[in-house]
Design a protein around this ligand. Structure first.
Ligand code: NDP
Length: 249
């Protein structure tokens, strides 16, 4: 299949580690020039250096996606280095779990802000480039949690919200040859997930409920993102690709 990704330019948020870092590598392997960006300057630089050492054309720009000035700088640095931007992967996100009676205002705001405000800030900043060049791809990393998970009212609400954001932005941008899609991962054993206090329980539940009898990994998600970011997916927009090993509930 011709993906048409060679020499395209991508920004992958939260790509210092986890799914974002592997997605950045998978895009680079297809010839995409990638901006590695994470709230943590150290992981931003470590991932940038690892990809550069393997010969990929990458830059690193630390950025907190909830801060619109930092996002403006991220896009400006990308355009300065590569001339434009074609692909945005809104990946930065994390859970802060707790049943509603014990959930703090801070944990609600943190999760909703990084997932929704972050995607809004980054999308708004790249859209002028997409409209001008009549080409763009946005891939939002949602979660199976958009169906709802107990102990995750904040995360489930934000991940369901990102699906509405995906469809609405796709409707706005379609006439500029811009597609907007979401990938909804199931359980992927990244550092973030391994740090959960109930890690063993959620891992075993995933193994029991997946129809594909194994745990998912970062590459499983990256493969879906690469496809949706490609020319080959040019007639797909507003869609949610579940990469959950067949698990929906
Ligand atoms: P990781 O925690 O491994 O990676 C997320 C990265 O985002 C981290 O490097 C983190 O930095 C960074 N980040 C956090 N806040 C911000 C911010 N405000 N601005 C920029 N970067 C930020 O998580 P995963 O790779 O597991 O998750 C990636 C995405 O996939 C998330 O949106 C998550 O919700 C989603 N997802 C993951 C699943 C899984 O099972 N792993 C399942 C379903 C969805 P730092 O290290 O400093 O915190």
């Amino acid at each position: 299949m011709e993906l048409g990704l060679k020499d395209k330019v991508a920004i992958v948020t939260g790509s210092g580690r986890g799914i974002g870092a592997v997605t950045a590598r998978a895009l680079a392997e297809e010839g995409v020039r990638v901006t590695i960006t994470d709230i943590d300057p150290a992981t931003t630089e470590a991932t940038r250096a690892a990809l550069a050492a393997d010969g990929f054309d990458v830059i690193g720009v630390p950025c907190d996606v909830t801060d619109k000035d930092q996002v403006a700088n991220l896009v400006a640095k990308t355009v300065e280095a590569f001339g434009t931007v074609h692909i945005l992967v809104n990946n930065a996100g994390f859970p802060r779990d707790g049943y509603i009676g014990k959930m703090s205002d801070e944990d609600w705001d943190l999760v909703v802000d990084v997932i929704l405000k972050g995607a809004f800030n980054c999308s708004r900043a790249v859209v002028p480039h997409f409209m001008e060049q009549k080409y763009g791809r946005v891939v939002n990393i949602a979660s199976r949690a958009h169906f709802g998970n107990p102990g995750q009212v904040n995360y489930s609400a934000a991940k369901a919200g990102i699906l509405g954001f995906t469809r609405a932005l796709g409707m706005e941008q379609g006439r500029f040859n811009v597609t907007v899609n979401a990938v909804a991962p199931g359980f992927i054993a990244t550092e973030m997930i391994e740090a959960l206090p109930n890690y063993e329980t959620v891992k075993n539940k995933s193994l029991a409920l997946n129809t594909v009898p194994r745990l998912g990994n970062e590459r499983d998600i990256a493969n879906g993102v690469v496809f949706l970011a490609s020319d080959a997916a040019g007639y797909i927009s507003g869609e949610t690709l579940h990469i959950t090993g067949g698990r929906f509930g």
